[in-house]
Design a protein around this ligand. Structure first.
Ligand code: GLY
Length: 599
């Protein structure tokens, strides 16, 4: 195996696929731009959904990149020592171009080639889809693996739970996959031990998804898509760990120096490695989220960010890490290497610290209030411990829900007082709450592709108009700082040094509506970046765009909007209806947010 550092592994991936005539595209934001059905971009294919469904990509039919991804799953699980909430996915795609034969040959070459990962072929195992009523047993992929020299006894056929890939929203492009694994040489856990086993013998290297199906609505069976795509994902951290012979991603250069720093400033009597890992992992994920415009809040992405920051703060308390600047130091460390690849990180370090520290300080206050609340309960309810030594589970849940007290902390405080907690009551209260919020979330996130077409397309075009109107009023130093569209509303963040007055909001609204009423055409063109710039095109995150780009223009004698964009848009502004601003608020220092709807 070839030892590689972070930069070398990234370059290796891109070099390999460029040599196979793939165009490198930049990573998209971790916040989905036109998909309200999920909170985060969770894979490399996710931002490419329109192209996997058939829209033409300006960079062609063969693409590769390294995409920032967030997978939190059940928030309660966050912090499991082997789990990363933020990771980078090395990916490549065929958009209706090559299929299984070429892809399997290339994955094999990348894994085993001397100039590439140089993994011992005898250590490799692969899995293929065993088939179901929609998609047949994937003997074709198995044949291609056999042709590469993989032994029959190294190929397993597994069910949909293991060898099928689709988005968590339950809609969109999908299909069977073939996965590659490295045999660590550990003993098998039993006679049926296979690559899908979690016993630790096999480590997943990556997967190739053959996306020839599509699910149009949640719950429907996949249908054949109009084009056959390939979507490959190799987890960067995992592969870095593997090629360098580490046992955990936390031993790699991406974490080890940060963990050492935490350890050096913790109280040895309280230190534990898992807490240090959680502190580092959550801080790193928070860096990426804040850089992409997320701020802590009580819902959506902001809620996940809040949980991560709070958990990191609690873990710091747990190990008594005394260094005041520990989080600033960690943020500097993570921004150091991530900033080399992500412009938003490189230019956002001070803002990342500001947003992180604001949440951290607020949480400290809340925790202190929680401790006071706890003391009150002790004083009034448990005055005589011999009479009442069981702390109410409902109260423990209230502390958890209102003050962010994890149950472990309440347990510790109770133990100090000689009390036990009614855990059954706690679990019931928590389950009731989880059920209630899941029901609410299902409402909030239902939708998927069907919803994202009509309503969000209109809001997307309206966002472009709003952006240009704001620039025409406040000057060309005004830039987009973030954007998010749900089927109900648009949200647009931009730099401005003051709160907008009612008059200012009125002017913006009137101007946007004037443009809509003029019934202007929305023109789409493909051109190279230089020509696009000459045309005056503005783009939010320059690094997101490759050589050939799509430009959307809306122009009249009094108005001009020219933006880099992947679409989709309406054809004429009159399709939009009436534009109405619902809210204007502050996001962070010098950044304002407008929420608006189309009626
Ligand atoms: N290539 C699909 C995934 O694992 O992200």
């Amino acid at each position: 195996m070839k030892k590689l550092n972070y930069k070398e592994l990234k370059s290796l991936w891109i070099d390999f696929y460029k040599a196979k005539t793939h165009a490198q595209i930049p990573s998209a934001s971790v916040v989905p731009e036109n998909d309200a059905s999920v909170l985060f971009i969770n894979s490399g294919m996710h931002p490419l959904v329109p192209y996997l469904m058939g829209e033409s990509h300006p960079q062609g039919k063969r693409l590769c990149n390294i995409q920032k991804c967030i997978r939190t799953g059940d928030i309660e699980e966050v912090g499991n020592p082997n789990h990363l909430t933020f990771f980078e996915m090395m990916g490549n795609w065929s958009l209706g171009d090559y299929f299984k034969k070429e892809k399997i040959a290339w994955s094999w070459e990348f894994m085993t080639g001397k100039e590439w990962l140089n993994i011992d072929p005898n250590r490799l195992y692969v899995t293929c889809f065993e088939g179901d009523e929609v998609s047949p047993k994937d003997t074709e992929s198995a044949e291609y693996w056999l042709n590469q020299g993989v032994g029959k006894d190294h190929i397993y056929f597994l069910p949909k739970s293991e060898n099928w890939w689709q988005l968590p929203s339950g809609t969109g492009p999908c299909g069977p996959c073939t996965e590659s694994f490295y045999d660590t040489g550990k003993d098998s856990c039993n006679d049926n031990c296979n690559p899908s086993c979690n016993c630790g013998r096999f480590v997943e290297i990556g997967n190739d998804v053959f996306m020839e199906y599509i699910i149009e609505n949640v719950g429907e069976k996949p249908k054949l898509n109009k084009q056959r795509n390939v979507d490959t994902g190799f987890g960067l951290e995992r592969n870095l760990c593997l090629v360098n012979g580490h046992k955990s991603v936390y031993e790699t250069e991406l974490f080890a120096p940060a963990i050492d720093k935490v350890k050096a400033s913790a109280d040895p009597g309280f230190y534990n490695e898992q807490a240090a890992r959680i502190i580092c992992e959550h801080t790193r994920a928070a860096v990426i989220m804040i850089a992409d415009g997320i701020i802590p809040s009580n819902k959506g992405q902001g809620y996940v960010l809040r949980r991560l920051v709070r958990r990191a703060v609690l873990k710091r308390l747990e190990i008594n890490c005394h260094l005041e600047t520990i989080f600033d130091n960690l943020i500097d460390f993570f921004c150091g290497y991530l900033g080399e690849y992500y412009e938003q990180v490189a230019t956002g370090v001070e803002n990342i610290k500001f947003v992180f520290n604001q949440e951290k300080d607020k949480f400290f206050k809340t925790v202190n209030q929680g401790v006071k609340e706890f003391e009150k309960v002790i004083k009034f309810v448990h005055k005589d411990i011999s009479q009442n030594s069981v702390f109410s589970g409902k109260t423990a849940f209230r502390l958890y829900e209102t003050y962010g007290f994890p149950i472990e902390l309440t347990k510790e405080l109770c133990e100090e007082k000689g009390l036990s907690i009614n855990m059954e009551e706690f679990t019931i209260a928590k389950q009731k709450h989880t059920l209630a919020s899941q029901t609410a979330n299902t409402g909030a996130f239902k939708g998927g592709l069907a919803d994202t077409t009509g309503a969000t397309t209109k809001l997307h075009t309206a966002t472009h108009i709003l952006h240009s109107v704001l620039r025409s009023i406040y000057g060309f130093d005004l830039h987009q700082k973030g954007s998010n569209i749900t089927p109900e509303r648009l949200r647009f963040d931009f730099n401005l040094d003051h709160k907008m007055t009612a008059d200012e909001l009125n002017v913006v609204e009137v101007r946007v509506n004037e443009i809509i009423a003029q019934d202007l055409d929305i023109i789409v063109e493909e051109m190279n970046v230089e020509n696009a710039r000459l045309k005056g095109a503005i783009g939010v995150f320059n690094s997101k765009y490759g050589d050939v780009v799509k430009i959307y223009s809306i122009t009249s004698p009094q108005f001009s909007s020219v933006e880099f964009c992947g679409g989709p848009h309406v054809n004429k502004t009159s399709e939009l209806g009436a534009f109405k601003i619902q809210k204007e608020e502050s996001v962070s220092a010098g950044v304002r947010r407008i929420k608006a709807v189309l009626n």
